[in-house]
Design a binder for this molecule. Sequence first.
Ligand SMILES: Cc1ncc(COP(=O)(O)O)c(C=O)c1O
Length: 390
Amino acid sequence: MKNFSSDRALKFTESVIREMTRICLKHHGVNLAQGFPDFPAPSEIKEAAVKAIRDDFNQYAITWGTPALRQAIAEKFAWYNGVSVDPEREITVCCGSTEAMISSLMATVNPGEEVIVFEPFYENYGPDTILCGAKPRFVPLHEPDWVFDEAELTRAFNDRTKAIILNTPNNPTGKVFSRPELQLIADLCMKWDVIAVTDEIYEHILYDGATHISLASIPGMRERTITINSISKTYSLTGWRVGWAIAAEPLTASIRKVHDFLTVGAPHPLQEAAVVALRTDRGFYKTLAEEYRQRRDVLLGALENAGYRVFSPRGAYYIMTDVGHFGFRDDVDLALNLVEKGGVATVPGSSFYSHPSLGTTKIRFCFPKKMETLIQAAEKLKGFKNFMKQ
Ligand SMILES: Cc1ncc(COP(=O)(O)O)c(C=O)c1O
């Protein structure tokens, strides 16, 4: 029989992050690989979902999102991000920011056009660009502070550039892009007539005084930025699959068409409950960031004690580490040993780079976990350190 897979599907592999979760389950390990909380979601939001199902919000919603949710998204975007948008014409509710990203790219990028991606990058962006036939152009974020070089970024823009993908706060590095950096990106987008697709799902998870700035709020960028977000990370609801894309009307019109034929819509009762999430008391976000800071500090300490070189994040809930000195063959070898013999699942660094060789000394840990889970992980990391000495 011939190989029935499309050329497109053959160009990328399964998600390494999701694969590490499956391996972790097999070894009954502590999952510090995939970024999802092991603590409960806020009860009032869960109750709102139960009520929405009981009240029979059980049929298709309007394809681009219920009016109440789009209104709540517009209100929150105005207060937190400082950008006013029209919920009728500029918001598309999708199945998580994952679908918002692929729908946005498919709606705007033609085969052969170039899309700029900062590297290391959240692994979905690679397949996302391949699925729309685009050519990714990677611009390195240089450790230890994950800064980009102005000349390298400038060189990445050309006549074929259609879009730049930006993720701030950033997974996997924890970088939070500063205003001067965003201004430079904005200037280049305007110079080369390029759109920006920004993934801002960690916008409330910030440390050490870092502030989140939406690229759409930079003068001149509102009309050429697609801002992507979801309830997954802020409200600990990764399984609900409710996200959205905010963009000017002409962009939104295309995004809505792609979204409609990909998924029809996000789950209706969960959209109703997402309204309650977005209208949460503002103090919630302060507590969220403080609780994540405490978790970050516990994991940073545990990793340092276990001999990892850490890059302390300023946002999001991941810690990149350098493990080149441990003497394993590569990052995959270490990650497999760590989950099988140490009982801690992580993500090999190579899955965040275009060429695996760039990430062979890196391992990513995540910390959206109960304190007791992190303490358990700390014990296991200590045990693995002793195992390595043998
Ligand atoms: C940067 C980034 N974007 C998107 C996602 C997926 O978000 P969602 O659950 O909204 O699809 C993740 C999940 O880890 C992520 O880290």
